[in-house]
Write a protein that binds this ligand. Sequence first.
Ligand code: HEM
Length: 497
Amino acid sequence: MRMDFYSLSTVLLVILITCLLAKYTRMMLEKAKLPPGPTPLPIIGTLYKMKLSNVVRSLMELHKTYGDIFTIYEGHRPCVVLCGYKAIKETLIDKAEEFSGRGYYPVFYDFTKGDDLAFSNGEKWKELRHFSQLTLTNFGMGKRSIEERIKEEAEYLIDLLRKTNGSPIDPKHHLHGFVCNVICSVIFGKRFDYQDEEFQNLVHWLQDSFRIMSNPWGLMYNVYPGFMKYIPGPHKQLMKNYTFITDLIRKKMENNIKSLDSNNPRDYIDCFLIKMKKEEKKSVTYYNHNTLVMSSLLLLFGATETVSNTLCYLFLLLMKHPNVAEKVYKEIDNVIGHRSPNYEDRHKMPYTEAFIHEVQRFADVAPMSLPHELTKDTQIRNYTFRKGTVFLPLLTGVHYDKTQFNNPKNFNPNNFLDEDGKFKKNNAVMAFSAGKRICPGLSLALMEIFLFTTTMLQNFTIKPLVSPEDISIDPVGVGLAHIPPNYEFCLLPRSQK
Ligand code: HEM
């Protein structure tokens, strides 16, 4: 009996090793056809080359050795990294259709199962994305424009901030609240009171999930989803957070269904329900309750941390560079004065526009974008990549590309100004990525950033608690996002200046 047990174990071990060797041999044969990169090891792939606390830095290091297109291995799965403006232009932009697929991204996909607008592919993705983008750009969403919703929210927050009476505050929480309320107004048709318990929970779940995704646990889940499902750790909280958020969306959806007036949609949910009705007789439709809930979840995710982290960096960089701040204040005073800012004003405010673009470049809030997958076999340089190959657009490589910016490590709004002080666009700012998967919330985000920044600086002088040299701008989390450090400032009403 004992003998049998040992024989069985030996046989199993031999089978296991043979399988591993076969898999490894296949991986090495495949590797020969892919761009260069570090040698993958069985099971861990090229993980040994990654500093889990700052994967972006590790990838930028590999770029120095292997060039602007190189291959890494997430476990046994190859992933081709695109680094720098030229590499991203040749792929995401010049071969937009081929690069329009979404690669497997377990931290989200394992929950939504691709029933949403960000982690779906093919016709489902095209439909859900097109519909959501139209809705986000105001198409048929009631009487109030998105600009009005943003202005209303900015006013609420300014009133709240006025009550701080110049005492030190950490703006992170307020900025998250502002941004979350804007997207809530779009999806649910109404803003929440900042003290509302449901709202505070929502902000917490979103923030907490991003924090987990931007730490080593989130990263490990993306590499070994099957294994990590059985390991305790903070990543387990992710799925719980998603469940809380989707329960809330489902509750709102049920209320909308009861009070729906097809001629007067109030929000994204109403628009979705109306579209569902229109398509109910079709043999194939992608509009159902589950795609509504999952797409709303992804819009909430897409729209909150990205914009609020950008705003957190924006005010931090403003304090770090008082000479830049001076010019922004001056332009706001000259062009807007005391009336409320409009989005149209940006055309007359080149310095503020340049400042915002430089913040987006420098802060690089979504450093690794999201994975893309080839929709068909494609030739890039000397490589023929097979359909299904996964690519990671490393946006940091574009934003810090020395061929596109002088001294990219320095913060300098002049990167976006010509000799006459006019705003000068630079295609190498890809905070929203590029190609067919470019962020569908781009217009909403830019409008929020411009309107909130100008409203805030029109009302307050931002006073740091320490001198500019002592202000740290190093992120406290690097992964899906660059998470800005916590900081404090005092807000002095502009009249007291
Ligand atoms: C400063 C703010 C923002 C930044 C930096 C940002 C950045 C990005 C990036 C890098 C991607 C990945 C694109 C790719 O696959 O190559 C993305 C996708 C996406 N973003 Fe944003 N985003 C922002 C704001 C928003 C807002 C306000 C919304 C919603 C209203 C939103 C919703 C989405 C969605 C749904 C996707 C997936 C699109 C798809 O797969 O087709 N984002 N965003």
